[in-house]
Design a protein around this ligand. Structure first.
Ligand code: SF4
Length: 260
């Protein structure tokens, strides 16, 4: 998940860690001053999101809760503690990923965000994803999942990967659905399933990397021969077959990911 592994997988990264940091901070500054929807009136702090600017994995929740509103940081309450435990089971730390929400200000009494509030706030998430260009988006809860896998049911989609509509801002990513950690806190069954789903995140990342490598290779071949346009190669419905494990040095790297 380092910039080195990003460079191995994609020969010409579209941006640098410094430029991604600058873009993310500019978005965060806009969020902190935002009055686009009614949620700004009740917030203590807006919660733009935080994490590593060079990560390959972005976690997207629904919206800030009480603790997040107080601190201006995402997933810092009990649900955040559980998310950290999920990550720990696969050897990851929250500092290694980027964590944000669909809406950046707390809905009153933790109600669901209204459609017009989501619509007002979505451009910030879209720009964050464009800046980060993640390989994998992990959705936390049905509201977040609905942005990336329209029509899916969380009880069926959790623990599975899906292509992403480029309109979300993460066009070359796969999305992996999980329950919201707050739901796992309320139901032992959901918590157990969430640990199983967390165990599947590294495999989802490897699949996402393979897809990006294969898509880039197909696009490069098509550009050289004129047989396929890059946008055809990048069609989200296309799932190229994984390359054989010993086909190239890149493939070897994919089988041994490093996480900072
Ligand atoms: S929820 Fe989003 S759109 Fe609404 S005020 Fe906060 S930052 Fe702005």
């Amino acid at each position: 998940m380092t910039s080195a592994s990003r460079s191995e997988a994609l020969e010409a990264p579209a941006s640098t860690p410094a430029s991604r940091s600058a873009a993310l901070e500019a978005i965060a500054a806009e969020v902190r001053a935002c009055t686009r929807c009614r949620l700004h009136a009740g917030r203590t702090h807006a919660v733009p999101g935080e994490g590593h600017p060079d990560t390959e994995v972005v976690f997207v929740g629904e919206g800030p809760g009480l603790n997040e509103d107080r601190q201006g940081r995402p997933f810092v309450g009990r649900a955040g503690d559980l998310l950290v435990r999920f990550l720990a089971t696969i050897g990851w730390r929250r500092e290694e990923v980027f964590i944000t929400n669909v809406v950046k200000c707390r809905p009153p009494d933790n109600r669901d965000p209204e459609p017009d509030e989501v619509a007002a706030c979505l451009p910030y998430l879209q720009r964050q994803l464009q800046a980060l260009d993640p390989a994998l988006v992990v959705t936390l809860g049905r509201h977040s999942m609905g942005r990336f896998i329209p029509g899916a049911r969380i009880t069926q989609a959790h623990g599975t990967v899906h292509p992403v509509d480029p309109a979300t801002g993460a066009g070359s990513a796969l999305v992996y659905a999980m329950f919201h950690p707050a739901a796992a806190l309320r139901a032992p069954d959901v918590e157990r399933q969430s640990y199983d789903d967390a165990a599947g995140i590294p495999a989802a990342l490897l699949e996402a990397r393979r897809r990006r490598v294969a898509t880039a290779a197909t696009a490069a071949t098509g550009a050289a021969t004129g047989e396929a346009r890059p946008e055809q190669a990048a069609a989200p419905e296309a799932f190229p077959a994984p390359p054989p494990p010993d086909a190239s040095p890149v493939d070897t790297a994919l089988d041994a990911p490093t996480f900072f």
